[in-house]
Design a protein around this ligand. Structure first.
Ligand SMILES: Cc1cc2nc3c(=O)[nH]c(=O)nc-3n(C[C@H](O)[C@H](O)[C@H](O)COP(=O)(O)OP(=O)(O)OC[C@H]3O[C@@H](n4cnc5c(N)ncnc54)[C@H](O)[C@@H]3O)c2cc1C
Length: 405
């Protein structure tokens, strides 16, 4: 009896929507466990975001993954999945395929050569599991039937829509960032249709835009990067800050953007590793600008002088108050961004299908049996640094293992 049940479940027909990181990995695991898996994706090629990730080298995980590297309405939700399939498990797979990689800052692991190696690995894993792919196929709707689900698919304007059925559906349609890649809101629409709550979505890991006149005043700085500590009341990041034609970017800013609320001011410390008082004491006879040029780019110093943040005098001519004001100007520079560049350049979509509606062990909707959500479509968003791919692998693994076991 037990064997028969197992055989029946092994024949379950599973459709995974989305051939991104989460969908591909989940498909490979389920296929290799004997399930009939079909992956549907609206693009021509699988793993398109993987290919463009990490500057083409895919920052596929991070050595120091922890739950507090993720934003979610329920910060505990990701713990179980991250524990069951962690960064070391994925690194083991990478090693198995002899993909060469290296560590950049902060435990970030990148391919030595190309992100294509990760996509090739996932395709090879899917081939081992006889996974079927239906590319250039868009999911438009899902409804429940007496025995499972009916999916309405379309194939461009010319072809007629099609309906296919399955026993289990796994939604791995990602977020809304990079709309040029054909990202859709279908994952959220399906969730809403089945009465799963949605945490409002917005762009994360995204550059800030600035208001005029500050934008014009900082225009000469476009392209300059400095090490900085950028803060909001409850969080700060010490990494590079990049001035751009539109505003502020660089890893420090991208990280902070995920925590930023419109209208909030951010604080920039341009001297995160410098003791200004000692620097000034050691260079009393220099002009202040020359003294600061030892630690900051000249163009930045000129610009800050024009903004009145750096007085035009010798270091020894600074009185106590002026030295104090300079310290505040350089370590607590307060800027209120105009907004963000939005989904066009965002690396991630914050919010998504509420974790309260999903099982953290299986990723299945609590109120709809056999409907699963994995990857970025869920309200779990990682920091910059490989955390989002690790969530894709871990949530895919949780879902696949639970179905298979
Ligand atoms: C430029 C860029 C660089 C990044 N770099 C990194 C990095 O180095 N490290 C890191 O950890 N994270 C990085 N990220 C984030 C990471 O790429 C995502 O978090 C991750 O790809 C999410 O995986 P996913 O499988 O959930 O969704 P996705 O990879 O977005 O895949 C979803 C798939 O579903 C398809 N789809 C959507 N709607 C439909 C529909 N209606 N019908 C059919 N198919 C549909 C999409 O076309 C897509 O192929 C980067 C993101 C961007 C934009």
């Amino acid at each position: 009896m037990h064997t028969m049940q197992l055989t029946q479940s092994k024949q379950a027909k599973i459709i995974i929507v989305g051939a991104g990181a989460a969908g591909l990995f989940c498909a490979s695991l389920l296929g290799q466990r004997g399930f009939a898996v079909t992956v549907i994706d609206n693009g021509k090629k699988v793993g398109r975001k993987i290919l463009m990730s990490g500057g083409g080298k895919c920052n596929f995980t991070n050595l120091y993954v922890e739950a507090n590297n993720y934003l979610s309405q329920n910060p505990h939700f990701c713990k179980s999945a991250l524990k069951r399939f962690n960064q070391w498990d994925f690194i083991q797979l990478i090693n198995h395929y002899r993909i060469a990689y290296h560590e950049k800052d902060h435990g970030q692991l990148f391919c030595d050569d190309s992100a294509q190696a990760i996509v090739d690995m996932l395709i090879a894993e899917c081939e081992k599991g006889n996974v079927t792919f239906r590319m250039q196929t868009t999911l438009d709707d899902i409804s429940q039937t007496a025995v499972g689900f009916a999916l309405t698919l379309s194939h461009g304007k010319a072809a007629l829509p099609e309906t296919i059925s399955c026993d289990k559906v796994i939604i791995a349609t990602g977020g809304l960032s990079m709309p040029a890649l054909g990202m859709t809101a279908i994952g959220y629409k399906i969730a809403e249709k089945f009465h799963l709550p949605i945490v409002p979505v917005r762009a994360g890991l995204v550059p800030f835009t600035l208001h005029k006149p500050l934008l014009d005043q900082l225009a000469t700085l476009a392209g300059i990067a400095v090490k900085a500590e950028v803060s909001l009341p409850n969080i700060s990041f010490k990494e590079n800050l990049l001035f751009t034609h539109r505003g502020l970017s660089g890893p420090a800013i991208l990280q902070l953007s995920s925590y930023w609320q419109p209208g909030q001011a951010i604080t920039i410390n341009l001297l995160p590793e410098v003791d200004l008082a000692s620097l000034l004491a050691q260079n009393r006879n220099q002009h202040l600008k020359n003294c600061l040029a030892q630690i900051l780019p000249k163009r930045l110093i000129d610009c800050l002088s024009e903004l009145g943040m750096i007085p035009d005098r010798l270091v020894k001519q600074l009185n106590h108050k002026q030295q104090h004001d300079l310290d505040i100007a350089l370590t607590q520079w307060s800027i209120t961004p105009n907004g963000t560049e939005g989904y066009r350049t965002a690396e991630v979509t914050l919010g998504g299908v509420s974790t309260h509606a999903l099982s953290s062990k299986t990723m299945m909707a609590k109120n709809v049996a056999n409907l699963y959500f994995i990857g970025e479509v869920v309200d779990v968003s990682g920091w910059l640094g490989g955390y989002n791919f690790q969530w894709a692998w871990s949530s895919a693994f949780a879902c696949a293992t639970e179905i298979a076991d």
